[in-house]
Design a protein around this ligand. Structure first.
Ligand SMILES: NC(=O)c1ccc[n+]([C@@H]2O[C@H](COP(=O)([O-])OP(=O)(O)OC[C@H]3O[C@@H](n4cnc5c(N)ncnc54)[C@H](OP(=O)(O)O)[C@@H]3O)[C@@H](O)[C@H]2O)c1
Length: 327
């Protein structure tokens, strides 16, 4: 039986999600990859133990994480049941619905029918009474925002989630959604968006500035650009890397000379700072006050330990920031 490290809260820092009461660890663990049925269960367990033992209280899932879709929730549920039930109140567990999950018209996008059915399925797969955060996973151009937000309100009001979140929204839609959720008295506290030194979308689509203005948190996914910002692809493609083990989302076509050149230049800055490249990539995000948490993925426990080292230096000089921006 797992017993958590008594010193687990000594080195992690916790940051407030916008102006809400929710504190999240500076580094959170996502279960998008390596927790499906093609993964190794003992490795999944070890990664969760390593994370929690080091103060990572937040575990992020979605209905469709796998493969196959749903299996990450099922495997995580087993890990929680066998090990983490005594610690449930020390954990923030999130899930989402918004991408394709099941056949027919009710298993995708943002209808009330989809979201409410999906949270019930997720809770069942994980064996939980509630999740801490339930997200709408992506904007739906064809469903009225009032309907999707109303479904989030019902999910929170029925006790199936404590907080609501929005993922992959832009600034303008975030503003509209925030107004609706406020009228419905929904504790909407966080945005989940892709953000890294290599992907600046939220700086250009209004999300970052609007979230700040409205007092909402931001948790950044793929902060290492799925491993590109670890520097591991600079000298070829390692056999045990995501490109080789699961090429669905990161494949060789993304490893262009231009991107690798940027990574090489960023690596040189990291070296000058006395940090590894993944440490600098995470520190660069945490240097920004708008950012609540960086949501890493991992294929083995040692990566989690390595990534936490980013917390040792999150300060940047103006010159370093300018150089990174120019790259
Ligand atoms: N809301 C959304 O739409 C959405 C979309 C995507 C992701 N997410 C969330 O964000 C989480 C993280 O996404 P991500 O996995 O793309 O994040 P990431 O942190 O950018 O990439 C994680 C991958 O990088 C490699 N890595 C991590 N640390 C390393 C280190 N120290 N040294 C070398 N390699 C290292 C590992 O890949 P390998 O070892 O396999 O090469 C690891 O699986 C997901 O699990 C999910 O919860 C949300």
């Amino acid at each position: 039986m797992y017993v958590a490290n008594e010193k687990r809260y000594e080195n992690m820092t916790y940051r407030r999600s916008g102006k809400s009461g929710l504190l999240l660890p500076a580094i959170s663990l996502g279960l998008w990859h390596n927790f499906g049925d093609t993964g190794v269960y003992s490795n999944m367990e070890d990664m969760c133990f390593t994370a929690f033992d080091n103060g990572i209280t937040h575990f992020d899932l979605a209905n469709n994480y796998g493969p196959e879709a749903g299996s990450a929730e099922k495997n995580f549920g087993r890990i929680v049941k066998e090990n983490f039930m005594p610690y449930r109140d020390e954990m923030i567990i999130s899930t989402k619905a918004g991408y394709f999950m099941w056949d027919g018209p009710y298993g995708d996008w943002g209808s009330r029918k989809y979201l409410i059915a999906s949270i019930d399925q997720s809770l069942k797969r994980m064996g939980l009474d509630y999740v801490d955060i339930f997200y709408h996973h992506r904007m739906d151009p064809n469903t009225p925002l009032e309907e999707t937000m109303g479904a989030l309100a019902q999910i929170v009001n029925s006790g199936k989630a404590l907080y609501a979140g929005l993922s992959n929204y832009d600034g303008e839609t975030l503003r509209k959604a925030t107004g609706i959720l406020a009228r419905l008295n929904v504790p909407f506290v966080i945005n989940q968006n892709r953000y890294s030194m290599l992907d600046r979308t939220i700086e250009h689509n209004g999300l970052k500035e609007t979230a700040k203005e409205l007092g909402k948190g931001i948790i950044c996914f793929s902060p290492l650009a799925q491993g590109l910002l670890s520097g591991k692809y600079l000298e070829g493609i390692p056999e045990d890397s995501r490109v080789r083990t699961d090429g669905r989302f990161l494949n060789e076509s993304k490893l262009t000379t231009e991107t690798l050149d940027k990574v090489r230049k960023l690596d040189a800055i990291a070296k000058k700072r006395g940090q590894s490249l993944p440490e600098m990539a995470l520190a660069w995000l945490l240097n920004q006050e708008e950012i609540t948490s960086v949501l890493i993925g991992a294929s083995r426990p040692s990566q989690i330990i390595a990534d936490i080292k980013a917390l040792e230096n999150t300060a940047f000089t103006e010159e370093e920031l300018k150089e990174i921006d120019s790259i």
